[in-house]
Ligand binder design. Structure first.
Ligand code: SAH
Ligand code: MG
Length: 200
């Protein structure tokens, strides 16, 4: 039986839920794909592939879009390869198996999508902004971190989670103080930051 795209996407989402893989929420995917279409994005660099779900959804929204995506977890990377193949998107999605902090790329991208280790957002931003086209955008997911960023810190019991929340707050400060970009945080999904390069 030839499965249709909808069924395949549903299976990828179900796999993510069963295996507790934090893929982007539907509202976030809608936002991202609408953004890609509206701004005529041609190529994307994604930090944090997981099992390829968001890379696949981005590719499906725009027929010529190319996505390069980085994942450091081997098991997830292998699953992403399988999913990309299953969706026949091997010619448009280039997965890289490595820690993003060790990846040096020469290409330029219209959009850099950061969705990996939340405590390292500043590092990812600083490392990859050199790969951004002059009119490009950097989008970062999980600015609310499952709602925890809006909570009073005292209510967050886990020390580890408190640490991540603090790092996200530091990242928000970093974005606000960054005079090369204008950043807006959208109240969509788990909070999405869009940083636009200022043109002189
Ligand atoms: N964008 C995906 C979800 C990514 S989940 C989607 O919406 O479908 C975040 C992923 O980032 C995890 O799989 C994790 O292994 C990966 N990750 C975290 N830190 C990383 C790093 N430094 N380099 C590469 N991948 C990283
Ligand atoms: Mg995310």
């Amino acid at each position: 039986m030839v499965k249709n795209t909808y069924t395949q996407i549903k299976e990828i989402k179900e796999y993510a839920i069963c295996n507790k893989i934090p893929i982007m929420q539907d509202a976030g995917i809608d936002f991202l794909t609408t953004f890609i279409i509206k701004h005529q994005i041609k190529n994307v660099l994604e930090v944090g592939t997981a099992i390829g779900y968001s890379a696949i959804m981005m590719s499906l929204c725009s027929p010529n879009l190319k996505v390069t995506t980085i994942e450091r977890d081997e098991h997830r990377y292998m699953e992403a390869l399988k999913n990309i193949k299953k969706m026949n998107l091997e010619d448009r999605i280039t997965p890289i198996f490595n820690d993003a902090l060790n990846v040096k790329l020469d290409d330029k991208y219209d959009l850099i999508f950061i969705d990996a280790a939340k405590a390292q957002n500043i590092k990812f931003f600083e490392l990859f902004e050199r790969n951004l086209n002059p009119e490009g955008y950097i989008i970062t997911d999980n600015m609310y971190f499952h709602g925890l960023v809006k909570k009073n810190e005292k209510e967050i019991v886990s020390r580890n989670l408190r640490g991540i929340v603090r790092k996200i707050k530091d990242y928000i400060t970093f974005l606000k103080n960054n005079d090369r970009y204008n950043t807006t945080i959208y109240d969509v999904g788990d909070g999405i930051a869009v940083s636009e390069k200022k043109t002189k």
